[in-house]
Design a protein around this ligand. Sequence first.
Ligand code: ATR
Length: 275
Amino acid sequence: MTDSYAVIGNPISHTKSPLIHTLFAQATGQDMTYTALLGNPGAFAQDVAAFRQTGGRGMNVTVPFKIDAFACATDPSERARMAGAVNALKFDGDRILAENFDGIGLTRDVTHNLSTPMRGRKVLILGAGGATRGMVMPFLAEQPAELVIANRTAATAQALVAEVLALAPGSPVRACGYADLTDAYDLVFNATSASLHAATPPVPAVAFGSGCLAYDLTYGKGLTPFLVLARDAGVTQLADGVGMLVEQAAEAFEWWRGVRPDTRDVIRQLTVPLD
Ligand code: ATR
């Protein structure tokens, strides 16, 4: 029987996940379907149960259900627990296994696709919300010299850093507000939701070190205000989140199907030029 998978979100019409997973399935010869489901706010668990009853094997979860998905998991991974949010579910009998592949997908895009190692380098994350929560542990696993989390509300970043240090004592991670940013960094990530509102996090130009990578986690919007800011500060290596999107999908696909799809062609197909 053909196995079925879906992405659930609200809104959902913009999603690229069915295209990505269908391309992966074709390339790896997997007998599966992958559809998009419009979730009902306040009824996430019921929507998941209905999909399981039709024989669904797994789901991706997107805005605004990532926290609901964590709540309905019976077996959340350590990554999912750290993030407090889930972007992939796998159904196994009565169990609901839950994962968060956003951070690991981003890490793979940066280190592998963009050939930018983090080891021994200074890394800055802007924002301390859900996206950042998923990034911190995979980034620390790459052994940066320093990981700084800057946030408009510095206290939120400090609380996140306290959680990280409780899990991983001695990690080279610290929090600050934007006004405290006086150093230069090798990699700067915009993990705020500012780009969604055409706003720019107030990061000073000095934060973009020479030869730095500036990465905006949003995708398909061309040059975001953050990327314009980075370019104007002299950064030549600019990236948006298209590679992260495809790499987190590849992680989920491998988790479900046991086969690792190649991502290069799919990333190329989905790339919107940054100009
Ligand atoms: P997500 O799940 O996308 O990370 P979130 O959890 O709502 O979304 O977090 C949004 C992040 O973007 C927060 O760090 C927020 O900063 P505050 O904690 O100070 O609210 C940040 N953010 C949103 N709009 C911003 C803006 N215009 N400038 C700077 N930071 C912004």
